[in-house]
Design a protein around this ligand. Structure first.
Ligand code: C2O
Ligand code: CU
Ligand code: CU
Length: 505
């Protein structure tokens, strides 16, 4: 059971639609050049990004809302990187000493002896050495900072950064600690996709907002164990606004859709039955544009789309979640000449041959009742965060991981460091599994959906199915994590460390 909020929540139907312009996150600027820790005698651009408390207006008619934001912005500034050009970020924790959201001290890593306010930033989808990946236990308190080096040795893609502090990630991201991290490269640039003012992130999430403007994070009615297994908001936010509008020209735009919600999955479509051309998924360009009437995004997933407003001069088009308009594009009568292109092919994606895998891991997703209460826990392969590491791939080796989902729900599973491919999903017999831990398939393997034929870093693992992915661990040896990206699950044991072992020499 959920406890009722003290102040009633806003009824979304009472809000005026499309009265606030869509904010476009500012682009972070390097504060200085600093010595490159990996390359003596060289310097790199260094960004200084400070987490701090701030107040924002989610909508013209909602009182101001206290949030936490990178550089005091909600979402944080976008970091723009180029492939092969490393950069440094000094992530500064300048948050207050008290949390404004309810901490559950019964969760692992959030015990009473831990400070309430802790933070550590992870760039989701970045291939970085372990020491700059933002390991959840490496959190630090207000007044401290870390200096991370991002090599950007990866294809152009829409990544995002967010907090990853052990046991309170769901609260810190809910508070506002997220932003876009965009990698560009020459190959993508040569395609002449819409760029500059015609290329922007649309960062989507939902929040429970009370009538006084405060964020409400749901708690159970058990004061000793306030954790809840999901958090769904009453309002949908795009770039930090509820029901924003954007003036656009009658031409092509590239929008980078990023789902940063705790639990909500978005089911996106355009009004007028207008299709979108999906050009990229989590880890960059698809082999070819894909015409889509609907795009579903689970938490942490991304989709880059090209929308052509050319036929809509003087009209408006809405981006909808389910049947509800969440953003309005107001198309002007005139446009500057559209020099952009939407080529028929984008970037080839060489398929990984699962037969080349050095190792195949069978990993369950399961739910258990906590031994000392009624609260539920979600586990990966029946193990807890603190259990010894079991996933220890060799650097540069290929592995397949099969997620055997024993729960009643789909879970978005994310693996740090690597990009992967979805091989297939296949239904299996749950009773046979429970009886003798053997996989007995009950139907043919289902190939990945067309939009899953690019590189991914987060995959929907469906209930009753074995979802198989393949990846090459081409990163530095060290300790990383994999987890469910429903933040409530991730904070309650549905996260595991893994260790990349040095390649055989
Ligand atoms: Cu979005 Cu562990 O990451
Ligand atoms: Cu990640
Ligand atoms: Cu989950």
């Amino acid at each position: 059971m959920l406890a009722a909020p003290k102040v009633p929540l806003i009824n979304p139907t009472s809000l005026a639609r499309f009265v606030d312009p869509l904010p476009i996150p500012s682009v972070a600027r390097a504060a200085e050049q600093r010595a490159d820790p990996a390359n003596p005698g060289h310097t790199l651009p260094c960004y200084r990004i400070e987490m701090r408390a701030c107040k924002v207006r989610l909508h013209r008619d909602i009182p101001t809302t206290p949030v936490w934001g990178y550089n005091g912005q909600f979402p944080g500034p976008s970091i723009e990187a180029r492939r092969g050009e490393p950069l440094l970020v000094e992530w500064v924790n300048a948050l207050p000493s008290q949390h404004f959201l309810p901490i559950d001290h019964t969760l692992h890593g959030a015990e009473r002896d831990k400070p309430d306010v802790r933070a550590i930033t992870h760039v989701h989808g970045a291939r970085v050495p372990a020491k700059a990946d933002g390991f959840p236990d490496d959190w630090y308190t207000p007044g401290h900072s870390v200096l991370y080096r991002y090599p950007n040795g990866q294809d152009a893609a829409t990544l995002w950064y967010h907090d990853h502090a052990m046991g309170i990630t769901r609260l810190n991201i809910y508070a506002g600690l997220f932003g876009a991290y965009i990698v560009r490269d020459a190959e993508e640039q040569a395609l002449h996709l819409p760029s500059g003012d015609y290329d922007m992130p649309l960062i989507l999430c939902d929040r429970l907002v009370a009538q006084d403007g405060q964020l409400y994070y749901p708690v159970s009615d058990d004061p000793h164990a306030p954790w809840v297994m999901q958090c769904l908001g009453n309002l949908v936010l795009c770039n930090g606004k509820v029901f924003p509008y954007l003036d656009v020209e009658p031409r092509r735009y590239r929008f980078r859709l990023i789902n940063v919600a705790n639990t909500r999955f978005f089911d996106l479509s355009l009004s007028h039955d207008q299709a979108m051309q999906q050009i990229a998924s989590d880890q960059g360009l698809l082999p070819a544009p894909l015409e889509r009437a609907r795009i579903e995004l689970y938490p942490a997933e991304r989709a880059d789309v090209v929308i052509d407003f050319a036929g809509f001069a003087g009209k408006s088009v809405q981006l909808r979640h389910e049947s509800q308009g969440i953003v309005e594009f107001r198309v002007r009568a005139q446009s500057s000449r559209d020099m952009s292109a939407l080529p028929a092919t984008l970037r080839p994606v060489t398929r990984i041959d699962p037969a080349a895998a050095a190792r195949e891991r069978i990993l369950t997703l399961n739910e258990i009742d906590d031994a000392n209460g009624n609260a539920m826990q979600m586990l990966l392969d029946g193990k807890r965060w603190s259990d010894p590491i079991t996933e220890n791939p060799r650097q540069n080796s290929i592995e397949t991981w099969s997620f055997v989902n024993l729960t009643g729900d789909a879970h978005p599973i994310h693996v740090h460091l690597v990009r992967f491919q979805v091989i297939d999903r296949r239904p299996f017999d749950l009773f046979a599994w429970n009886a003798h831990r053997k996989l007995e398939f009950t139907g043919p393997a289902v190939p990945p959906e067309p939009q899953e034929l690019g590189w991914k870093d987060t995959v929907r693992a469906d209930s009753g199915m074995v979802t198989r992915i393949a990846m090459r661990f081409d990163g530095e040896p060290g300790r990383y994590v994999w987890h469910c990206h429903f933040l409530e699950h991730e904070d309650n044991e549905m996260m595991r460390p893994f260790q990349v072992l040095p390649a055989h020499s």
